[in-house]
Design a protein around this ligand. Structure first.
Ligand code: URA
Ligand code: SF4
Length: 209
């Protein structure tokens, strides 16, 4: 049995070939109950890559990343800093929806470290294909797996990070944190954090031009 996604990588490492090959990935056990692989999307020459955690229920059914409520928040935050969603490459640390069935509902589950590690060859290949100027890491799960388990999101968000993943790397809150806010003030406060950190990345890209 495969221990990670590397057995499934295509010979040619452009985005189209990667996306095609990822459909049949069996690099961990998450493919089985899920509907389909949700690969990253966006232009190959995107200056910014954003990486989330794992597709949700909507993403699993539709086959596209960040098309549910969290994606709507992300789109609004990008727009607030003058970036169109279509200009950036959006993906996830793990490409299959992980869930637990409760009656008719499928409840999102956080991928474990082994699953994120197994899926890592896809993310690595996406970053190699796009070679963005800035990488934005969304949420603590993705941040800890990409930057090390000592990473503390709320202490380090919005700051340029030392990493070989991209010339400029920054981490911010996951857009679903906004949705979990208990009232409109706390949701607004979370929205502002996300927007602030995206602005840091947007300015870093502008400064490199
Ligand atoms: N949350 C994520 O981390 N990724 C998605 O694609 C959707 C919700
Ligand atoms: Fe492959 Fe990643 Fe899906 Fe696991 S989650 S089967 S490694 S694409």
């Amino acid at each position: 049995m495969a221990v990670d996604a590397s057995d499934f990588l295509p010979e040619q490492l452009d985005l189209e070939a990667l996306r095609e090959a990822a459909r049949d990935c069996r690099g961990c056990d998450l493919w089985k109950p899920a509907t389909q692989t949700v690969f990253g999307e966006g232009p190959q020459d995107a200056a910014m890559v954003l990486v989330g955690e794992v597709p949700g229920d909507r993403e699993d059914r539709e086959g596209h990343p960040f098309v549910g409520p969290a994606g709507r928040e992300l789109g609004k935050a990008l727009e607030a800093v003058g970036i169109e969603r279509g200009e950036v490459y959006i993906t996830n640390a793990v490409k299959h929806f992980k869930f637990e069935e409760r009656g008719k509902r499928r409840i999102h589950q956080r991928p474990d470290a082994k699953q994120v590690k197994a899926c890592r060859p896809w993310l690595r290949a996406e970053l190699d294909a796009v070679r963005p100027e800035a990488l934005v890491i969304l949420g603590a799960t993705a941040a800890k797996t990409l930057l090390g388990s000592a990473f503390r999101l709320m202490a380090q968000r919005g700051q340029p990070l030392e990493s070989d993943l991209a010339p400029f790397v920054v981490a911010t809150i996951h857009p679903s944190a906004i949705l979990r806010g208990s009232d409109s003030d706390s949701r607004q406060a979370q929205r502002e954090l996300l927007t602030e950190d995206l602005r840091v990345a947007a300015e870093a890209i502008a400064a490199r031009r």
